[in-house]
Design a protein around this ligand. Sequence first.
Ligand code: ZN
Ligand code: ZN
Ligand code: ZN
Length: 280
Amino acid sequence: MKITVLGSGGFGYPLAFCDCEYCAEARKLKGKNIRKRASILINDEMLVDLTPDAQTSMNMYDKDMSKVDYLLQTHTHLDHFDLNLFITLDYKYAIKKENKLNLVCSKLCLDDIQQKLLMYEKMNLFDAEYLKKIKLATNVLNHGESLDFEKYQIKAIHCLHHKEIGTQNYLIKSEGKTLLYATDTPPITEQAINELAGEKIDCIFLDESFGVNDYMFAHLNIKGFCEYVDTLKTNDLLSENVLVYATHLTHDGNPLHDELQKIFDEYGYFVAYDGMEIEI
Ligand SMILES: [Zn+2]
Ligand SMILES: [Zn+2]
Ligand SMILES: [Zn+2]
């Protein structure tokens, strides 16, 4: 499974209107310190989260959004879902569209997307004829449920990031490898542990929003991040050589890349960065 990091920041790093020490330094140093909004691309064909940066990112890293067959949406917070990009699925915009896009999200998330769409376009995601016309298939997958595509097995995993809009994380299995994409998320729930029972995770991309700060809410800091991974370990859910990556990094507690990686070296974990590509 090839994983490309399209973005590793929470709300973007540096933050648009912020001039704190980290943001100022990131603007100067650039490179791995510039973080677009968090999303990954799997095997060039499965996108997790249609962020406002997804299209820019794909162009930067020589990927092609028109070839994406699957879109897994974790939730609709503005740093994860871009209405402008979504609208261009409509035939008025995408005048030639060969690929069918499979959207996977919770019922609450789909309802929320539909609600947001109504402000701009007469797109009806519950009209089968219309969906056929724009080559979009909607697949409702609520936490605890699994869905099989040809090459992929997807399971939605419970999380309490923002219950009302149907936030969930995803376990993605392909070619004998298992990936857990868990951002955004606060500490792991009992429910999530039950849903992950029997799995052996080879790679994790996990929320690490608040770095060295001693607080966390709806997201994780470094302490919460390590506790999350420890809980997976305690429940025998990790493969022996599991790769653990921190993502969704914000300027609020996370120092620049090299310094942050030094902190994670102690645990044997990695800090994701934009454009990073790995094979698991
Ligand atoms: Zn977020
Ligand atoms: Zn800042
Ligand atoms: Zn969020």
